[in-house]
Design a protein. Structure first.
Ligand code: HEC
Ligand code: HEC
Length: 368
């Protein structure tokens, strides 16, 4: 399941075919016209990353460990030293991301919420949830104006993908609906993106969001999932001696390493054919394959180690298509990151501290 060769292939491909932004520099109109991403595509990327994290957490963590080592996911996970419920994983991750105040917001909700807080809060949300019941194959989207500012709003259906979803909700004392069936739409994931303009224009096609901004949104979801996973799953359960993260998580009936969580999410997204890629690299890699693979990655790592605030970015052309690429700093967000890397026999660096930059997240995004 842990497909390293894929990321290596991708890096090779990128290093052979890419050339620098200088070749189509002089930003003025050219880049402006090519760097924008439609709000619908931006929301699709963000949703794909949310869904990938949710799927890995539900299937590879909760379902597998429930069967193999009888580790349950329960609502009172803190007191009971269990795994968070999949919904709680998403809710905590979205709270983390929303608190960063970068403009994009997302949350999980339903017309039949177990937790009243997760009900629709606006007329748009109510209508959107009703529409996803009627058309469960696509998101409900609209440009709306709030206090003179335009926003793109999308609600993606959230379906009962496993028996556990329906069993737990149908039997939960606070659930207002008790007859969910497999495949039913149980709720929705709402994504809100701010747009530029005076709010008079409500045609989706007329708006574009700069690639840098879309990349920031996607990165925010990845980083929030990473924070929740490493702190509230790996670090918490390791400290209580309940379960450990291991490179050989499958054989060891263990938790995935945070790096494996992210790479598995990337693989799921590659399979969806939306051409969004991300991976982890470092100047001090435990696995040599995770060193910088080309000039762009070398420059990017150098840059984020020195300036761990903004990502290093380039616009590149690969096989006749224009791409935006960024290297974001990857921080030691949990004591588990530091302890494991400093003590790993293959780690070339053993003095990481909490919040240090440990490497970078490389993201590749196609431009329209
Ligand atoms: C073991 C029980 C359990 C399982 C399994 C479970 N849920 Fe939930 N779900 C909950 C609880 C409890 C909440 C409320 C969390 C909170 O306090 O915000 C919730 C929240 C939700 C919400 C937000 C609306 C609400 O009801 O508050 C949606 C949508 C949802 N779950 C869908 C799913 C889907 C889809 C699955 C399967 C992938 C799933 N759930 C699996 C218990 C469960
Ligand atoms: C239990 C051990 C463990 C924990 C916890 C852990 N890592 Fe790692 N990490 C590894 C291993 C092992 C690899 C190499 C995986 C591979 O073979 O590609 C890795 C890979 C990485 C890489 C890619 C470069 C490299 O070293 O190969 C980065 C960056 C990274 N981890 C950062 C982090 C951060 C940040 C955290 C906390 C959020 C974290 N790690 C938590 C063990 C761990």
């Amino acid at each position: 399941m842990f497909k390293l060769p894929l990321s290596i292939l991708l890096s090779l491909f990128l290093s052979i075919n890419s050339f620098n932004v200088e070749s189509w520099a002089n930003p003025s109109t050219d880049i402006k016209n090519t760097t924008g991403i439609s709000p619908k595509s931006a929301a699709d990327y963000i949703h794909a990353v949310i869904e990938a994290g949710r799927t890995i957490y539900s299937e590879v963590i909760v379902e597998r460990l429930g069967v193999t080592i009888d580790l349950k996911a329960t609502e009172n996970w803190k007191e009971e030293n269990t795994l968070l419920l999949p919904a709680q994983f998403l809710l905590l991750s979205s709270n983390t991301s929303n608190a960063k105040d970068i403009g994009m917001k997302y949350r999980l909700m339903s017309l039949w919420p177990i937790n009243a807080k997760n009900g629709p809060k606006t007329k748009f949300e109510k209508i959107g949830l009703e529409e996803t019941l009627k058309f469960p194959e696509k998101p409900f989207t609209k440009v709306v104006t709030i206090k003179g500012k335009p926003y793109f709003k999308a609600i993606y259906p959230d379906k009962a993908v496993t028996k556990a979803c329906i069993n737990c909700h149908n039997h939960h004392p606070k659930s207002p609906k008790t007859d969910f069936k497999m495949g039913d739409v149980m709720g929705g994931i709402s994504i809100v993106l701010p747009l530029n303009g005076n709010g008079k224009n409500i045609a989706e096609e007329d708006y574009r969001i700069p690639a840098e901004v879309v990349a920031d949104y996607i990165h925010s979801v990845l980083e929030s999932d990473r924070q929740v996973y490493s702190n509230l799953v790996v670090n918490r359960l390791q400290e209580k001696n309940i379960v450990y993260a291991s490179e050989n998580w499958w054989e060891d009936n263990a938790l995935l390493l945070p790096a494996q969580f992210l790479l598995n999410a990337s693989d799921l997204i590659i399979n969806k054919n939306i051409d969004l890629h991300f991976k982890l690299i470092s100047p001090w890699p435990i696995n040599k394959h995770n060193g910088p693979a080309n000039e762009f990655e070398r420059k990017g790592l150098k840059y984020v180690v020195r300036h761990p605030v903004r990502p290093y970015i380039e616009y590149r052309e690969i096989g006749g298509r224009k791409y935006f690429q960024a290297v974001y700093p990857d921080f030691a967000v949990s004591p588990a990151c530091v302890t494991c890397h400093n003590n790993h026999p293959n780690s070339p660096k053993r003095d990481f501290k909490l919040n240090d930059v440990m490497g970078g997240i490389v993201m590749t995004l196609p431009l329209e």
